[in-house]
Write a protein that binds this ligand. Sequence first.
Ligand code: SAH
Length: 494
Amino acid sequence: MGKQGCVYLVGAGPGDIGLVTAKGYQYLQQAEVVLYDRLVNPLLLEYASPQAEFIYCGKMPKKHILRQEAINDLLIQHGLEGKKVVRLKGGDPSVFGRVGEEAEALEQAGVPYEIVPGITAGIGAAAYAGVPVTHREHSLSFAVITGHDKSPSGEPLIDWHALAKGIDTIAFYMGIGNLPHIADQLISHGRSPDTPVLLIQWGTTGKQRTLQGSLANIVGKAKTAQFKNPAIILVGEVSEIKKGESWFESKPLFSQHLLLGRASDEQSAIGQHLRDQGAEVFEFPRMQLKKNLLKETDIPTDKDLLFLSPASVDVFFASLQANKMDIRHIQGDFYGVSPKTVKALASYHCVGKEMSERDPHASTLVILGDSEGIDREKQRYSFVFDQDFIATHTYTRVPQTLQTFRRLQEEERIETIIFPNVRAVKTVTESFQECGESPENISMYAQVICFGEKSKQAAVKAGYSVDKVLSEPTEKALFEALLQKEFSLAAAFS
Ligand code: SAH
């Protein structure tokens, strides 16, 4: 029997990439094909398998990029080919997500499928605006309503009377265009014009903004503030619970979109800390590590070894294992360039020393690192020690990361570029160029921050205009620089 395919109809959540379920995340990592919508945060794609094929099914209002039938056909085709397919949809797939049509098409074609629920925008965006959709004192019922339908006017045919009189909290989706109609209908069917209303645009993302009013005045306010979809219109007493900035909006780096340059496959600790402070962080480009496992004859047994990174330590020990070599064959001392590398050695029960402890006239030193690092070290150490070099691994860019970049660019979410080191300048610039973007052009709409003078020089040489060099190359200095940032999307809007 051939490989059995399966299509997973997965809810990606409303925007914040942390709001996908554990199951959805697991399927995303395993998928061979990923079809994703416009409202799916492109940053989520960075967690798919490096080999996965990505298909964008974005529908812009009025401009259908990939029609529903074509999407169904693609799902069926890949499913029948025996592939694991993830159909990633914004929010919850069952809430205005056309999952019913897709599931039916798969069922008819005999392709197995699963539905993985997600957090719907009406609940998620409200929570990130600080508003619970039910509340023991203010709301005992909650309804999810479309603000737009297939009728010629686009005005949804719903039982306005039941809605106006019977439901405490109402979340309208896709409703901004019909906001006047919605407010009119609720008022004319008996809801008080003073009923609080909260609009939440791009909820749970760095672009989140909100607007409060009442059924009587929200139309004018929304027009002035130029509110657009994607937004939730939340009608009901609970909308008034929001007082000033919500817990999410008051995070120090809220609304900042950071592109953190990188040159290896590691997720940086800094990236995670910046996320914790409320920033949206794109570690770019995504890289993949390719091990060069060493042959038994290439493993130095009687020389001192200097490791340039934890990854080089890992590949060295994997090579010992692949050759069934016992660690006791290795007689030389171990050195690590950084505390992180020394720690990696310790995880294999080996003591790593600092290079300063080594007698420069001792026997040959073998330097192990990734291919580019080795090239650099060849120049650096060549007059000091007698040495050999071994490239334990190579980094290559995951091609799909360029698609993530393009989507973020379309959404105007490239705002600050951070270069932690010279290598990152190179990898990022090459990736931009691959996307037809130049350092000169990107500097027009994004600010550039460098960790130090060396990365600044490299960035200027590549063509960027550098806005800031950190006072010291630390996370703390970066955080302070970001707090002083003159512009942000939120400021540009207000
Ligand atoms: N399946 C999705 C809804 C798709 S319909 C879900 O469960 O959330 C698209 C509409 O959802 C948008 O027009 C908007 O009304 C709403 N929406 C989706 N993401 C949103 C977000 N991050 N903030 C506010 N509204 C959002």
